[in-house]
Design a protein around this ligand. Structure first.
Ligand code: 6PG
Length: 484
């Protein structure tokens, strides 16, 4: 019979790899005693036996699990998002009491978290949606943690999360992001930026490979070199590793035997769907999501494969110069993607009433998470210098970086178009940059078209008011307030 005296200060429900790694991380930190529960007892037994030093407190039932936790009880759910999570929430609300804390550590859609937090709060129990980034290794060694939920819950969870989070520049990569779904919202943005980052790196690889004929192994060394400069990041680092990998079976570069159809669990799509609702252009993230969708349309790709492209085989005259151009274009496009991601955070905070500190988010993304990078220090500095920054890419540091990179960026997009090389994230980021800095946009014509067919009215540059032209009449402009 399990020792039912309440000894654990934190519990984990769901002991697949992520859950058991997180439990091991928690147990390895001074001051934590961890209760564990899994739907199948055998799994729980296996984890307890495999890691005796963790001194886990196993529970066969939810009742035992609750009894082993000191009050206010706190449990982290690490099961699949959706119905499995709802089922565990239901079980925990049955055995927990007012003041206790239920944490959903999965990748839940933030609107689900808002709904769940409201429902659970009616029982007096705290519900916290916490983004946990860094994959299985991060869960074990130190993730970046993005919890939402109440201040009351944060009081208990803060020290526990700080004890297991990654450390960057001497600080734990965790902050109380905001109330109810704020944590899962910011995790969603993290994933959207992750998609954009990965797509940009993939396009850089494709351009260099097809433009210079270099092998994956040679391009791996280029990325390894780039990882020593302003592009230093986990994703650049692992890209070099992936490109170095040789397939044991065929002896070919692994990247050449991987089927070129990308999967997605959906968090990138959520970022784009939410951005559309919020009216925030996230072109780099959107193109990254669509590039994965396009890659997974084999029938259409086969049917389109003989459509004409550039006449001659594309190669670049100055390979080394082109590679440097691609490096600069990658950095500039990355700046745009992060700027767009932070724009969505600002808009989401406004829409949902969250007080999200952008500088704090940049700080906790410096370590532990998939997009961790030196670059996040620059974003932290930009928001520390000017918390009300109207667009990240206009901060002095990024303005300088874009000014330096702009010529190369254009050369790369031109080369990609001439070479027939798809570069949706590079080119959409440049188009966004040009759109944002343009003093006049063709939106004026769009307004005219809308007024012509739908009488949707337009404003003028030279006077207040809204106007409608009587297109079918003498076309004399009529102030909309006077239209008959
Ligand atoms: C993280 C990752 C993770 C992500 C998976 C799958 O922060 O640790 O973002 O949460 O969900 O890597 O992502 P996709 O299948 O959507 O690419």
């Amino acid at each position: 019979m399990a020792d039912t005296t309440a000894q654990a200060n934190i519990g984990v429900v769901g002991l697949a790899v992520m859950g058991s790694n997180l439990a091991r991380n928690l147990a390895s930190r001074e001051g934590n005693r961890v209760a564990v529960y899994n739907r199948t007892w055998e799994r729980t037994e296996g984890v307890v036996e495999a890691f005796p030093d963790a001194e886990f407190i196993p529970a066969r039932t939810m009742e035992e699990f609750a009894a082993s936790l000191k009050k206010p009880r706190a449990a982290i759910i690490m099961v699949k998002a959706g119905r499995p999570t709802d089922a565990v929430i239901e079980e925990l609300t049955r055995v927990f009491e007012p003041g206790d804390i239920i944490v959903d550590g999965g990748n839940a859609l933030f609107t689900d978290t808002i709904r769940r937090e409201k429902a659970v709060r009616e029982t007096g129990i705290n519900f916290v949606g916490a983004g946990i980034s860094g994959g299985e290794e991060g869960a074990l060694k130190g993730p970046s943690i993005m919890p939402g939920g109440s201040a009351e819950a944060w009081e208990t969870l803060g020290p526990i999360f700080r004890s297991i989070a990654a450390i960057a520049e001497g600080e734990p990569c965790v902050t109380h992001v905001g109330t109810d779904g704020a944590g899962h919202f910011v995790k969603m943005i993290h994933n959207g930026i992750e998609y954009a980052d990965m797509q940009l790196i993939a396009e850089a690889y494709d351009l260099i490979r097809r433009g210079t004929g270099k092998s994956p192994a040679e391009i791996a060394e280029i990325f390894a070199e780039w990882n020593k400069g302003e592009l230093e990041s986990y994703l650049i680092e692992i890209t070099a590793e992936v490109l170095r990998q040789v397939d044991a079976e065929t002896g070919k570069p692994l990247v050449d035997v991987i089927l070129d159809q990308a999967g997605a669990k959906g968090t990138g799509a959520w970022t784009v769907q939410t951005a559309l609702d919020l009216g925030i252009p996230v072109s780099g993230i959107a193109e990254a999501v669509f590039a994965r969708s396009l890659s997974s349309k084999p029938a259409q790709r086969a049917a389109a494969s003989n459509l004409p492209g550039p006449a001659e085989e594309w190669t670049v005259d100055d390979p080394e110069g082109f590679i440097e151009d691609v490096r600069q274009a990658l950095y500039a496009s990355k700046i745009v993607a992060y700027s767009q991601g932070f724009d969505e955070i600002v808009a989401g905070a406004e829409q949902y009433g969250w007080d999200i500190k952008k500088g704090e988010i940049a700080k906790i993304w410096r370590g532990g998470c998939i997009i961790r990078a030196q670059f996040l220090n620059r974003i932290t500095e930009a928001y520390e210098d000017d918390p009300g920054l109207v667009a990240l890419l206009t901060a002095p540091y990024f303005r300088r970086a874009l000014t330096e990179a702009e010529p190369a960026w254009r050369r790369v997009v031109i080369a990609a178009v001439q070479g027939g090389i798809p570069s949706p994230a590079f080119s959409s980021s440049l188009a966004y940059y040009d759109g944002l800095r343009a003093d006049r946009l063709p939106a004026a014509l769009v307004q005219g078209q809308r007024d012509f067919f739908g009488a949707h009215t337009y404003r003028r540059v030279d006077k207040e008011g809204t106007f409608h032209t009587l297109w079918s009449g003498d076309r004399s402009e009529v102030a909309a307030t006077d239209t008959h």
